[in-house]
Design a binder for this molecule. Sequence first.
Ligand code: FEO
Length: 382
Amino acid sequence: MNIVKNIYYVGVNDHITTLFEGQFDVPNGMAYNSYVIVDQKIAILDTVDAKFGNEWLENIKSVIGDREPDYLVVHHMEPDHSANIQLIINAFPNIQIVSSALAFDMMNNFYKLSPAKVVIKEGDILDLGEHKLQFISAPMVHWPEVMLSYETQEKVLFSADAFGKFGALDVDEDWDCEARRYYFGIVGKFGANVQLLLNKAKNLDIKTICPLHGPILNNNLEHYINQYNTWSSYTPESEGIVIAYTSVYGNTKKAVEELAKILTNKGCPKVVTTNLILDDNAEAVEDAFRYGKLILATTTYNADIFPKMKEFIDSLTERNYQKRKIGFIENGSWAPTAAKIMQEKFAKSVDITFSNVVVTIKSSLNDNSYTKLEKLAEDMLI
Ligand code: FEO
């Protein structure tokens, strides 16, 4: 597939993997993108997941014909992109690998590989003829060795994992939803690093973004860049309240359903409820970061809180959850302490406001706790 003059797509779609990186549901598959620039020199940009090496090699050969590639540029060493370095060296023994010094260390650690190398750093330029690749360092977007490159002739940004999404390219779906789930699941912790990258990108005239996952972006780039700016600055994107809960016998769930009704009746623009036992954790994390307010409801369990709630709060705090308001509902049949324990789990988080209304349920909702739900709703809507 030709993207712009002499730059081709040679990636693959994965409908085999069900859990990307061992944990993220990918109901519409995954794409591992790779590109070829054909000029006086030929550069291949990144490889693909191990399962698809031969398909990828065929894609490359269909673009370059009898010519031999001069370079393989490795922007990112995570194996979904680097697994076929040895395969391309076997196919084209004279190829030189272009990457950062740290990436070459990783190459040796992952694959015991010490190939013919061109070590590049921020600002270096790989001259292919008409096309020139200018390298941009992007540490922790999403690993420390990551480099991006900017092709100066056609103004293409090869953005590594940035601007990627879940989903194979042969499935049509909305970009924002699966890009947001991907961003907060995989890159969310590193907002400050993404902000640094966006500041560097401001100096570039970008016409096309070619990420390592998801579609090639070539119109309305402002939308995607604005979304990345919102997400990486931890700014709430949409107005509304997420209620994330666990329920063992249905009583906490009943309270959550009542609270959702109260919030809606009081004019909350959007109420999202998520059952942490049944629903996709990454989707719940995405929603928590999308909206500015969060209510957590769970039971006391082994003098702690229900395991799925623990896992969820950890998923938020390890991704630097911040700039949000949180309310709590606790349920306990003899010693309810879940609200206190949940709040303590945010002790290291910055810029979090807690509602001063805590709803305590003793086994099941009663008039007192229902009244407290109304007060919590009022406070969360302030
Ligand atoms: Fe798509 Fe961080 O690898």
